[in-house]
Design a protein around this ligand. Structure first.
Ligand code: ADP
Length: 552
């Protein structure tokens, strides 16, 4: 693109490549630890320098297997040092790292691996039976790599020609020079979970990934520094663990990778033994961890702050972490299509003068955009709505780490705002206040429309979750002959707790206007979640489609 003034800058055009993050970490924080709890049963200790060396060995090994620039290398793996080495070895050498969620249905995994045409598939030890089952359907996959050494191989495997990660690396000398190429080259792919239709692939570039790493490390975002010890609970198969493997390299901090061991007791033990200061994950993870910590009367000794996102953080959970444990909670919103960070809730200096209650209400919102992302709310014909904290509309975004299309799909997902094209429709419904604090009120498909008025299911869920007897809550639209839809509250009670339907409904008094109070309550032993910990409201809506509301 020519410059409007006709004069070009005279600065070095160093491409923003993922390998540059790793080279920087290895050079300046080489002995900073990467700690992994492994399926082999040990706690493995590595470093940024060792990660860089092994990533170079992997790049050599993949070239020896015949991989060409742009080829996809799939992973089915938990958070661990080998997965980190794959992130860098694959993307750094010009291949594309395709992380796949092992908790999806096997048919979905096969569909995704085939759609991306993964030539190589690397997978963790406990996923061997799954991959053996999938293998016949993976017609594009030429090499299967078990992420361990031969000694840990189970007695039998139906996979012919199975390769071992450690053997592949041991055969290489690591004398590899990271190549330079266009920063817009694809670096990784992540498929959205696709609650309707087939999953769709978001293809990240080196440039988008490095810019996202820069922005997400900033103080008003995740505030990462070399003094942090970071434990990403968010899986590395889900939107690159919210970019933490990259932003941690950028700042050169210690990284603690929990493997598949995400139960409260295992996580707490790792937080304490490794001195974790910062973590990030979906709300359900914290519910599990807190249940363990509270039932055992434990405290955290180093844990200072956490980013919670992926679905709305219940205010009750936020308050417990803040008040009982002194942990700063940063509520964040993002999407697979946004690499994923869009907004985070941090107070501005002016807001620090507000009463505590008002500050808390702001922190409960999804927050302000970080530089690099632009957002707007629009009505159903694409006209911008005001930032008054009241008007709710379709949330649109654009920016340097927002997708412009989906992998292999010709149709553009982008829409226009006030006639200007180039906005990505998030599918979320939100308000934005005059200070730019965005609040998600619903997924557009989860909104409850009662007599033509919208009711926010998230607001009703948050209120229920603040009741001392409630462990988890979902509010869904239930068909109603007169109002079209009415809210139905589905709750899971805490172990040993009890509360009546009437008591729960009267808990809403004074918190929302009368017509927004749910019409009925159903008590359940558990709620269905997606593989990434989100409530499966579609499933619940199907299950309760013919539920008879009182008076209906
Ligand atoms: P998937 O692709 O599996 O749905 P994503 O992580 O891309 O997973 O999901 C993005 C969606 O998750 C957002 O569009 C929004 O609906 C929801 N979400 C993410 N963070 C929040 C949050 N803090 N509050 C409410 N909803 C959220």
């Amino acid at each position: 693109m020519p410059s409007p003034a006709g004069l070009m800058g005279q600065m070095m055009a160093m491409p923003l490549l993922i390998s540059s993050l790793l080279k920087h970490a290895a050079r300046h924080s080489g002995d900073t630890e990467i700690v992994s709890k492994r399926l082999e049963g040990d706690v493995h200790r590595s470093s940024w320098a060792a990660t860089e060396f092994r990533a170079r060995q992997l790049a050599q090994a993949l070239a020896r297997l015949g991989c060409q620039p742009g080829d996809r290398v799939g992973t089915l793996a938990w958070n661990g040092h080998r997965h980190l080495e794959i992130y860098y070895g694959v993307s750094g050498s010009g291949l594309v790292c395709h992380t796949i969620n092992p908790r999806l249905f096997p048919e979905q995994i096969a569909w995704i691996a085939q759609d991306a045409r993964d030539r190589v598939l690397c997978f963790d030890l406990n996923l061997l039976p799954l991959v053996e089952k999938l293998a016949p359907a993976l017609t594009h996959t030429e090499h299967f790599v078990l992420m361990t050494d031969r000694a840990h191989m189970p007695a039998h495997s139906a996979l012919p020609g199975l390769l071992f990660f450690e053997e592949l690396l041991a055969a290489e000398d690591g004398a590899y020079v990271w190549p330079e190429f266009d920063e817009n080259t694809a670096s990784s792919i992540c498929y959205t979970s696709g609650t309707t239709g087939h999953p769709k692939g978001a293809v990240y570039s080196h440039r988008s990934t490095v810019l996202h790493a820069f922005a997400s490390a900033l103080p008003d975002a995740m505030d990462c520094s070399s003094r942090d010890v970071v434990l990403p609970v968010v899986p590395m198969f889900h939107v690159n663990a919210w970019g933490l493997p990259y932003s941690c390299a950028l700042v050169g901090c210690k990284l603690v990778l929990p493997g598949p061991f995400l139960d409260g007791a295992s996580l707490y033990q790792l937080f304490e033994s490794e001195g974790v200061t910062f973590s990030a994950g979906v709300p359900t993870v914290w519910l599990g961890l807190l249940q363990h910590v509270q039932s055992q009367g434990l405290k955290f000794s180093s844990f200072k702050r956490t980013v919670i996102g992926g679905s709305a953080c219940p205010p009750a959970l936020m308050k417990t972490l803040q008040q009982d444990f002194g942990i700063e909670v940063i509520h964040a919103w993002g999407m697979t299509e946004l690499s994923p960070l869009g907004t985070l809730s941090k107070l501005t200096s002016r807001q620090l003068g507000l009463p505590a209650e008002a500050q808390q209400r702001l922190l409960e919102k999804q927050g302000r955009v970080i530089y690099g992302i632009d957002m707007a709310i629009a009505d159903d014909v694409g006209q911008a709505l005001p930032w008054d904290g009241q008007s709710a509309g379709n949330l649109l975004v654009r920016g340097s780490w927002v997708i412009s299309g989906y992998f292999g799909q010709a149709a553009s997902p982008l829409v226009s705002l006030d006639g200007e094209p180039g906005w990505f429709p998030t599918g979320d419904v939100a308000t934005i206040d005059a200070d730019g604090f965005m609040q998600i009120t619903d997924r557009s498909k989860d909104v409850i429309k009662s007599g033509g008025e919208w009711i926010s299911s998230i607001e009703l869920e948050n209120i229920a979750m603040a009741h001392p007897a409630v462990q988890e809550a979902a509010v869904i639209a239930c068909p109603h002959p007169k109002w079209d839809e009415r809210p139905l509250l589905l709750v899971v009670l805490k172990p040993g707790a009890s509360v009546s339907r009437e008591a729960l409904l009267s808990f809403y008094a004074g918190q929302v206007v009368g017509w927004q109070v749910p019409d009925d309550v159903v008590f359940l032993s558990e709620l269905p979640h997606t593989a990434t910990g989100k409530l499966q409201k579609l499933k619940l809506r199907e299950q309760f489609r013919s539920h008879r509301l009182p008076g209906a």
